[in-house]
Design a protein. Sequence first.
Length: 184
Amino acid sequence: MKNNLKIIVGIVGAVILAAAFPLLVWKLTARTGVEGSAGKSAGHYLTRKQLTFVGYATPEDTFQSVAWAMMNGDADKVFACLSPESQAYFNNKPNGRREFNANMKRNGQQFKGLQITAWKTLAEDKVELKFKLDPASQPKNGDHIPDFLVQAFVKIGGEWKLSGPTKEYTPDWDNGSQPEPAAP
């Protein structure tokens, strides 16, 4: 149950990160010259109603797309946002994909919105985003959704995919990171 919760928190974290994708797109555009679909609204809090499926052109786009898919109960689109290694992790577990799908549909409805707060470039094809999820309520089983989470992304071909589980944020992560600019 604890491992499933970590996977869910990771995916939910990715969903929340998607809400904050506009600010990250702005930041990544400044660093990489890549213009994402997010425009100049990066860093803004995004409600579940503001989320759309925008593809995988930037880490922010991928995050928004996975958040949209999760909040709309579309486990197949969530799965498509994962790196091949992350997909293999679920596919190689007995009942892994079935459990993944059930968790996506059950947990995606539990969030009101999200915001990306910082980014860190690890390599030309690897980025981490720090984000905040806005849960409708904390889980009733005693587990707590952390205030901030960190999700890694990897660029495969021309697309950014979620890479590995979402991690709980720790203050040492801020070393070498860049804060998202304040919303205009």
